[in-house]
Design a protein around this ligand. Structure first.
Ligand code: BGC
Length: 262
């Protein structure tokens, strides 16, 4: 099956058609800068632009940088707060006249790495991190995703961990790779102490420069760069259409609360 995978990021909105069997991008990758401020109407218009430039007419899987449940957005750390409560899936379905499914962006990247990249065949607990504008996390056990973990927002030095250790923090504070690696190691050690993962995969923009920081990363857990580099976000978003990919079903099964009422 071919699905258009779309990755909404802090700086760019990127997409390409994806073969959901192999994870390969089967058409040109298109990138348009994320509007600033990233308000829902402007982001929707940019998504529509990317898809029409690709000449795509068919199902679309989207990775969004916030908590996503049943196509609606629940948090917006690095996009405009007007996204909170916005039903992005419904709006895009209307605009595009095509089926649309949405997952968290780090979950999308993690799903791709587990299926086609650095996490293939790892049975235990795998933590995927995307380091970019924020810190995104995807947690897996036996290849199954626990959706919407927001571990980039744990407290570190009295603040939000992502403002201390994301790739944006490296750029904003003009840190050397070595100094930034020190911050990253502090963050990784907190993750290790809390989750005891068997493998940590580092993705996002920095994954293509892993030789700059991985030599400084000394942790109990094995840490490896994402194999699909930045393509993981696009390929993983398309996996929203593959039931065996362990993406939460849509519409979701009845909640415990609903079941109790029956
Ligand atoms: C958001 C996450 C997202 C991550 C990476 C964080 O600020 O809260 O939902 O996955 O950034 O984009």
């Amino acid at each position: 099956m071919h699905v258009f995978g779309l990755d909404i990021g802090g700086s760019g909105i990127k997409g390409a058609p994806v073969d959901t069997k192999t994870g390969a991008l089967v058409g040109e990758r298109i990138r348009v800068a994320t509007p600033e401020p990233a308000r829902p109407d402007d982001v929707v218009a940019t998504v529509v632009e990317v898809i029409s430039r690709a000449g795509w007419d068919g199902p679309v899987g989207v990775g969004f940088p916030g908590v996503v449940k049943e196509g609606a957005i629940h948090t917006a750390a690095n996009v405009d707060k007007a996204f909170v409560g916005f039903d992005l899936a419904e709006r895009l379905r209307r605009e595009l006249g095509a089926p649309v499914r949405i997952v968290n962006d780090a979950d999308a990247a993690g799903l791709a790495e587990i299926r086609w990249g650095a996490g293939v065949g790892v049975e235990g607990v795998v933590l995927m991190l995307t380091l970019g504008t924020g810190i995104g996390t995807a947690l897996f056990i036996g290849g199954k995703l626990v959706p919407n973990t927001e571990l980039g927002h744990i407290e570190l030095h009295g603040g939000d961990a992502e403002t201390y250790a994301s790739d944006r923090a490296r750029k904003v504070h003009n840190l050397s790779w070595k100094d930034w690696s020190g911050r990253l190691v502090e963050y990784l050690r907190r993750m290790e102490d809390l989750f005891w993962p068997d493998l940590i995969i580092i993705g996002g923009g920095v994954s293509k420069r892993s030789e700059k920081f991985l030599p400084h990363v000394k942790t109990r857990t094995e840490v490896v760069p994402a194999e699909m580099l930045n393509a993981a976000g696009i390929a993983g978003a398309a996996l929203a259409y593959v039931p065996e990919a362990s993406v939460p079903p849509e519409p979701p099964a009845a909640t415990v609360h609903q079941r109790r009422q029956e």
